[in-house]
Design a protein around this ligand. Sequence first.
Ligand code: TYD
Ligand code: MG
Length: 465
Amino acid sequence: MARAKSVYRCTECGAESPKWAGRCEGCGAWNTLGEEIVASLPTSKRTAARSVGGVAGSTVMLGRVVTTETPRWRTGLDEFDFVLGGGIVPGSMVLVGGEPGIGKSTLLLQVAARLEAAGHATLYVSGEESALQVRLRAERLSEDARGVSLLTETSLETLLATAAQPVADGRRVNTLIVDSIQTVHTELLEGAPGNVGQVRECAARLMRFAKDTGTTVFVIGHVTKGGGIAGPKTLEHIVDTVLYFEGDGTLDHRVLRATKNRFGSVDEIGVFRMLGTGLVPVENPSALFLGDRRDVASGSAVCALMEGTRPVLVEVQALAAKAGFGTPQRVANGIDARRLALLLAVLDKRGGFSCAQLDVFCNVVGGMRVQEPSVDLAIVAALASSVVDRPLPAQAVFLGELGLGGEVRPVSQLERRLAEAAKLGMTKAFLSDRAMPRRAPGDLDLVGVRTLSDVLRCTVGREAA
Ligand code: TYD
Ligand code: MG
């Protein structure tokens, strides 16, 4: 194929350069130039475009747009269907990102096997593993993946040509899985597979293929610990749906999170367990994250988070211990370190518990990452409990955002959080007295509090200094 003309464009400022360079001439950023194809129009078209400014397209009134409700495909892997917003939208392009080893290939092989069993012709393209390796993985799964067509290839052109052809038994391929986008390359661009230009161009061509042929395309993308420059981040604008597979590789559960979804709500999560037979959906994530709460030690508090539309209970643990060295350490796992610093300051100033001489460790159990401020109250309660070494009530849930003045603020979607807490056997809930619900779900005892010192008084039993 004839080589197309290409330019190098800075991913930071957009400056264009005819040659690759380590540093962008425009903004001075390092290592941001990526190759891009420039479509060169024939001269006749170029003059035509200049004179008439393009050809007019036809418009349609929104109300007259024909709506054909295509049913979604359900894989039967409930958590996967749920995160996508109720199943796979045919013809859409879905990016599944995650760190290496988290289980992306396993998940999509399971999806392929299930779609194949439902009569869809699926093509699994692996650029990372040999056919034998994929076969060995498939044999471990509880699903039967023998019907899935496999292609081990890294050239985008070959891949697309293969996907456009019928599979062995004559059916048209309607599901294409590319594992992974970092290994595919197009011959239109120079540069190794995995660089920004290659990744973007391949993804754009796959998207066009999906829309032109109505094929459903799944693309796997790796992200590195640092976010990864040529990682899926640059692809998020291109695809319809972005799912991130997260979790600690050492734990056996994984969280699949939708961060972009043109066909459903975002921030929905699906929880899976990695077993010997592949990934199995977890029906009740709260029970998994919460564990056994019969003999809780000091420094443990429960909070109810909203993950998309679904409430999840998590345990926050804090440990305040005498510092061994000059500057006390602050270690935060699953919560933002700056948020922890802020809460420590509020606890000191408004709650009268100083951690200035103490090492502080704070952890969200189960490898969850919490961004919501509704966890504030649980964190300070856990910290105070650890400082005085007195456990908090084991079956209590703490719901509240803390202001800098020590005031407890209400949280959103309170009813759903309380309902989940009641379902999981919690008996008490501390929440802002400004937003007390009229009725408590189950036999939950609601304790309205105004300030941080109110909470500390009713739990660890100490007044503000
Ligand atoms: P893999 O899907 O290869 O991860 P990725 O494609 O994201 O890099 O799987 C990662 C891990 O999962 C691997 O260390 C082995 C483990 N695993 C199981 O525990 N059980 C299984 O049934 C399978 C297939 C894999
Ligand atoms: Mg893989």
